[in-house]
Write a protein that binds this ligand. Structure first.
Ligand code: CO
Length: 206
C-alpha cells in the first residue's frame, strides 16, 4: 500500500515540474499564502483541494471539530505565525455537516481524552440550548450545532490578541465562517465575517 503512495508522489512531483519547471524551486525559497484555513481533521475535508489552491497558497491548521481554543498552544502558534509573519489576509474557520467530532461532543457516550477536547462544543450547545432543542433530534439539530460551532470559533479567532493587535496596526485581515457539505463538495459562507475591531461586538447571529 505504501509503495502506491510513493509512486503517486513521484508522479505528482513529475507532473507539477513538467507544467512549471520552477514550481518546487520557488516554493523552496519562500511561502506567501494569503489564507489561513482552520478546519476539521476529517479525511473527507481536504483543505487545498476543496478551494483549488496549490502548495504555498494556503496555510492550514486542522484538528477534531475545527476548534480554535484560546488556550491551545498548537492553534495559537499557527495563528500567530499566519497573522504576524505570513500576514494572511483571510482566515476561514471551516466546519462540515455530519461532523463526527461535533456529534460526539453531545451524544453522551464516553470516549476518553477527546471528550475534554470537545468540551467547547458542549458550551456552544448550552448557550443555544433553547434553539437547538426546538429542532427535532437528529441530523438537522446536529447540522445546526455544526454551524453554531463555526460561528463560535470565528469569534474566538477574532477576539484573540494576535488578531486584535493586527487590526490595531491597521493590518488587513478578515475572519470568515464556512461550512462544507460532504455530499456535494460545496462550501457555504455562513455570513459571520468579522473584518476589524469595530465588527467584534456586532457579530451577526446565525
Ligand atoms: Co469533523
Amino acid at each position: 500500500m505504501l509503495e502506491d503512495l510513493k509512486a503517486n508522489n513521484a508522479a505528482w512531483s513529475a507532473g507539477k515540474t513538467e507544467v512549471d519547471p520552477d514550481f518546487f524551486k520557488r516554493l523552496e525559497r519562500q511561502q506567501s499564502p494569503k489564507y489561513l484555513w482552520i478546519g476539521c481533521s476529517d479525511s473527507r475535508v481536504p483543505a487545498n483541494e476543496i478551494v483549488g489552491l496549490d502548495p504555498g497558497e494556503l496555510f492550514v491548521h486542522r484538528n477534531v471539530a475545527n476548534l480554535a481554543p484560546p488556550q491551545d498552544a498548537n492553534y495559537l502558534s499557527v495563528l500567530q505565525f499566519a497573522v504576524d509573519v505570513l500576514k494572511v489576509q483571510h482566515i476561514m474557520v471551516v466546519g462540515h455537516y455530519g461532523c463526527g467530532g461535533v456529534n460526539a461532543a453531545v451524544d453522551g457516550v464516553r470516549r476518553g481524552l477527546v471528550d475534554h477536547w470537545l468540551h467547547p462544543i458542549r458550551e456552544v450547545f448550552e448557550s443555544h440550548r433553547a434553539e437547538l432543542e426546538a429542532i427535532p433530534e437528529g441530523r438537522a439539530r446536529q447540522d445546526r450545532l455544526c454551524e453554531l460551532n463555526v460561528a463560535r470559533q470565528v469569534r474566538n479567532v477574532a477576539s484573540d490578541i494576535f488578531v486584535q493587535d493586527a487590526w490595531a496596526r491597521g493590518q488587513s485581515l478578515c475572519v470568515h465562517g464556512w461550512v462544507y457539505t460532504l455530499g456535494t463538495g460545496l462550501v457555504t459562507d455562513l455570513g459571520v465575517t468579522i473584518g476589524g475591531r469595530g465588527d467584534y461586538g456586532m457579530l451577526p447571529t446565525l
